[in-house]
Ligand binder design. Structure first.
Ligand SMILES: *[C@@H]1O[C@H](CO)[C@@H](O)[C@H](O)[C@H]1NC(C)=O
Ligand SMILES: *[C@@H]1O[C@H](CO)[C@@H](O)[C@H](O)[C@H]1NC(C)=O
Ligand SMILES: *[C@@H]1O[C@H](CO)[C@@H](O)[C@H](O)[C@H]1NC(C)=O
Ligand SMILES: *[C@@H]1O[C@H](CO)[C@@H](O)[C@H](O)[C@H]1NC(C)=O
Ligand SMILES: *[C@@H]1O[C@H](CO)[C@@H](O)[C@H](O)[C@H]1NC(C)=O
Ligand SMILES: *[C@@H]1O[C@H](CO)[C@@H](O)[C@H](O)[C@H]1NC(C)=O
Length: 491
């Protein structure tokens, strides 16, 4: 115990040195990567800064019928929702802000009613259709672009999109309900910080502060005094929500919603700041068929790959660095260097078959109920692992519980892109930047003639080093989080 205290003290004293060496490391890395890519000489289309990212330019790359998803405007309540309870709620919200009890009531109502919009137009969900689950917080600008990209995807009319919210907002609701190109359902995570501002799972006034020493916490008798994480820090509500929400929505989609009750096809997991290529459903189906014929042990598909450059600067890495090194968001600058080369796209699209790795294969992930049933059987490993990242927790499940580990088929030319430059909790002006979106659109335009591949060629990749049991990233030591997570498990 005293060892733990000494360690914590050391971490604090050393934080300036830490910070300096991190910055130096980042600068060195960045320069090195710039040199690497300059020497590749293949980046002129995608990597160069020579693009036009004005709103006018973005709009010019989007068919005009889809501009409505990009331009905020008050919505007439006599639209698709005519007469429903949701419409009444939306009208009430337009007249004035909702208070907390009204928000809770609406959430309960949405979750109870399970209204599937546009089912009358596109027909009931087929058991082999693609279900797309999108986890949403509050970044509506990114969401608008994701919706535009989905609207342009071939065969989207056969899909069901499940919007899973952890933030109730009428503007987001009316955007989602204005979707007219496929079936849509909204679900609301019921234990959000928004609806529990002064109590667990939000922040209870009697919770221990993050950086308090254990001895002092015990004297103070704050709520979670006995349960700091493995780095000696106490719970921070805002860092726990994403993993809880991820687990809740997966359980709800596979085991609770009526509309997906008989569904046995693929479920794709996206986030609000992703962007899809127009052939992503085509590629998914092709990957699914290829698995059935020639990769029987593949049980998870991945539509996005991070290239090396990106991996070091991603949102997850930044959050992780903030947490572990005890520095603020502004100090770990996400120098985001996005490098997707159009040459990755080919008519005979390459896919890699590889053990699933959380940090590489967590974007545009897809699996079916068979795989889910195995994962949910390992709920303990997910819910009690001291790591606030859902993807690292899934890795824990794969490595230490599953009889047959998660084995991924990963497409080399990404069909899902990450357009959010800043993490969930950073509210910087430049987070609204459209530069990345414009870059992605340009990559896809150049690659266009290679989309819709006819078949896939597989390469087998063995990880360079043996993945050994690693310590978690912390942030998940509180017993209340273990219990909430276990309590949301349906099997
Ligand atoms: C960007 O594109 C818009 C619309 O296409 C155009 O009006 C504007 O002049 C362009 N800006 C630059 C810097 O090229
Ligand atoms: C909104 O709906 C009302 C009827 O409820 C109609 O009179 C009005 O013209 C509509 N406004 C717009 C902008 O469509
Ligand atoms: C919330 O608003 C409703 C209707 O406007 C009202 O009846 C209720 O008392 C309000 N609740 C709180 C806690 O303010
Ligand atoms: C899907 O539904 C069809 C009939 O609509 C049925 O023949 C088929 O067996 C079902 N597939 C699965 C995997 O349940
Ligand atoms: C699921 O299948 C059962 C039996 O085939 C059927 O009775 C039920 O209506 C189906 N549910 C949905 C939501 O399609
Ligand atoms: C679900 O995926 C597994 C591979 O994980 C595959 O073996 C199985 O056939 C799939 N089930 C259906 C109904 O497609």
């Amino acid at each position: 115990m005293s060892g733990g205290r000494a360690l914590l003290g050391g971490r604090r004293r050393g934080s300036n040195v830490w910070l300096r060496s991190i910055i130096v490391a980042f600068v060195v890395l960045f320069v090195w990567l710039q040199l690497m890519f300059a020497s590749l000489g293949d980046t002129s289309d995608a990597g160069g800064g020579d693009y036009n990212d004005s709103m006018a330019a973005i709009l010019s790359m989007v068919p005009s019928v889809l501009h409505k998803f990009l331009t905020p405007r008050p919505r007439n309540s006599t639209g698709a929702l005519n007469g429903s309870a949701a419409a009444l709620a939306a009208m009430a919200a337009l007249r004035g802000g909702l208070n907390l009890s009204e928000i809770k009531r609406n959430i309960a109502q949405y979750n109870y009613q399970q209204t599937v919009y546009n089912e009358d137009i596109f027909g009931p969900l087929q058991n082999d259709s693609v279900v797309i689950v999108i986890q949403i917080h509050d970044r509506i600008t990114y969401l608008r672009h994701l919706i535009v990209s989905l609207a342009q995807a071939r065969d989207i009319s056969t899909a069901l999109i499940v919007f899973s919210h952890d933030y109730y907002d009428e503007e987001i609701n009316s955007l989602v309900q204005s979707i007219d190109f496929c079936k849509v359902i909204q679900i609301f995570y019921p234990y959000s910080i928004q609806t529990h501002p002064h109590e667990y799972p939000g922040e209870d006034p009697n919770d221990c502060p993050r950086d308090i020493q254990r001895e002092e916490a015990l004297v103070r008798k704050c709520n979670n005094a006995l349960y700091p994480d493995l780095y000696g820090h106490y719970r921070e509500a805002k860092f726990t929500q994403t993993k809880h929400h991820w687990w809740w929505k997966a359980n709800r989609v596979f085991n609770q919603l009526d509309v997906t009750h008989n569904h046995s096809g693929l479920v794709v997991f996206l986030e609000e700041d992703h962007y899809v290529a127009e052939d992503f459903i085509h590629v998914l189906k092709l990957m699914e068929r290829t698995c059935q014929t020639s990769c029987r042990h593949c049980n998870i598909l991945s539509l996005g790959t991070y290239l090396k450059t990106y991996n070091y600067y991603g949102k997850k890495e930044v959050m992780r660095a903030m947490k572990q090194q005890n520095v603020a968001a502004g100090q770990v600058q996400p120098s985001w260097s996005f490098q997707v080369l159009p040459s990755l796209y080919q008519h005979t699209q390459k896919v890699e078959v590889t053990p699933w790795m959380s940090s590489k294969h967590n974007m545009g992930m897809a699996f079916n109920r068979t795989t889910w049933m195995k994962i949910v059987g390992c709920a303990d490993y997910f819910c009690k692992y001291d790591d606030y990242n859902w993807d690292w927790s899934l890795q824990q499940v794969s490595q230490n519980c599953l009889k047959q580990k998660l084995h991924a088929m990963v497409v080399r030319g990404p069909r899902v892109f990450h357009i959010g430059e800043c993490g969930v909790h950073h509210k910087k002006k430049n987070c609204e930047s459209t530069a990345v979106i414009s870059k992605v659109q340009k990559v896809l335009k150049v690659a266009k003639r290679h989309l819709y591949p006819d078949y896939l060629t597989q390469t087998y990749v063995t990880p360079m080093k043996k993945t050994k049991l690693r310590k978690g990233n912390g942030g998940w030591g509180d017993r209340r989080d273990h219990m909430l997570c276990m309590g949301m498990t349906l099997r």
